[in-house]
Design a protein around this ligand. Structure first.
Ligand SMILES: Cc1cc2nc3c(=O)[nH]c(=O)nc-3n(C[C@H](O)[C@H](O)[C@H](O)COP(=O)(O)OP(=O)(O)OC[C@H]3O[C@@H](n4cnc5c(N)ncnc54)[C@H](O)[C@@H]3O)c2cc1C
Length: 291
């Protein structure tokens, strides 16, 4: 099933993002997480891709597992920095054999330990990968990343939207955003896209906070704003209460997004089920999402 067909049919869609675990203990946790989230009615799930293809086998294996055990559409993240066309061609074949029709086409972050001139630059930008995937003949549905608070390397808001538009003009079917906590920033981003003539679905990236130090690091890395009131609540409450504060914030954030016509909610689960499951339960109980 192509994700764009789901997004055209249903709003808001719900999706969960996972990453390939690094050791057997963490693999067990992810198995349990997938089992626990199975009944939550997600429309699709995605699995991240390590920079430079370091996790490509594992990413594909987890996508196949999720697809088989949950019976929902699956999407492979594919980062192209340092990747060669021949490597991407190899992945196309594997995805087709596995019946996976969806790719989130990304540039990826530049590896810190390798100078740019030491990398293959067959795909300098995500738009180059989008074009390549769309011209591959593989009939893939392609998602791209968007940044409500602009990508850290973008020169301006306008530059950021122009580059996102380039990915959509190259064939991107929909956008999934970077995590954000301030809905006004998402609404302004959506307005900027609409003013530029973009009319593809824009799925909101949601991360229920489970740890104060972790969210401070994440937001610094991706330059998302952590609202003062949320920061105060998670740093001043007892550590064991951070998850319930994070769930409360994310549930209110999602309810407001749904009220304002969001196309989809994409949960960064961090491979744990408790927070995402609680947010989903709150949204269903309040009637914001169907039970
Ligand atoms: C939903 C989502 C999922 C992600 N999943 C992963 C993952 O699985 N693995 C991973 O490693 N990372 C992942 N990332 C992080 C992502 O790889 C980084 O944010 C990366 O720095 C940029 O990727 P991009 O695809 O947005 O790049 P691009 O769209 O190529 O943009 C990167 C920067 O280059 C600029 N730019 C783009 N095109 C041009 C051009 N033609 N000329 C000049 N400048 C240009 C853009 O404005 C931007 O500042 C994800 C991010 C999101 C939002």
């Amino acid at each position: 099933m192509k994700i764009i067909d789901i997004l055209k049919r249903k709003a808001p869609s719900v999706s969960f993002e996972f990453f390939p675990p690094k050791n057997p203990e963490l693999e067990h946790i992810l198995f349990d997480t997938i089992e626990s989230l199975k009944g939550e009615g997600a429309d699709f799930a995605s699995v991240t891709f390590g920079a430079g293809g370091s996790s490509s086998d594992k990413t594909l294996a987890w996508i196949c597992r999720i697809k088989e055990s949950c019976g929902i559409a699956a999407m492979m993240h594919l980062t192209c920095v340092g990747f060669r066309k021949s490597q991407v061609d190899g992945l196309f074949g594997m995805l087709k054999n596995a019946g996976v029709h969806n790719i989130l086409a990304l540039r990826g972050d530049m590896p810190k330990d390798m100078p740019p001139d030491g990398l293959s630059m067959e795909f300098p930008h995500a738009s180059d990968l989008v074009r390549y995937v769309k011209n591959s003949g593989g009939d893939f549905c392609v998602g791209v990343a968007g940044y409500p608070e602009t990508h850290p390397e973008s020169l301006s808001e306008k530059d950021d939207i122009d580059m996102l538009k380039a990915k959509l003009d190259a064939g991107g079917d929909f956008v999934i955003t970077q995590l954000f906590f301030d809905n006004d920033k998402f609404y302004r981003f959506r307005d900027r896209l609409a003013s530029s003539g973009v009319n593809v679905p824009v799925v909101a990236g949601i991360m229920p906070v489970v740890s104060a130090s972790q969210v401070v690091n994440f937001t610094k890395m991706c330059r998302a704003t952590l609202p003062e009131n949320l920061l105060k609540r998670i740093t001043e409450c007892p550590e064991e209460d951070v998850i319930s504060v994070g769930v409360d914030y994310a549930a209110r954030q999602c309810a407001d997004l749904i009220k304002n016509g969001v196309d989809g909610l994409h949960f960064y689960t961090l491979n744990r089920s408790a927070a995402t499951k609680s947010v989903m339960e709150r949204l269903k109980k309040s009637g914001a999402l169907p039970a």
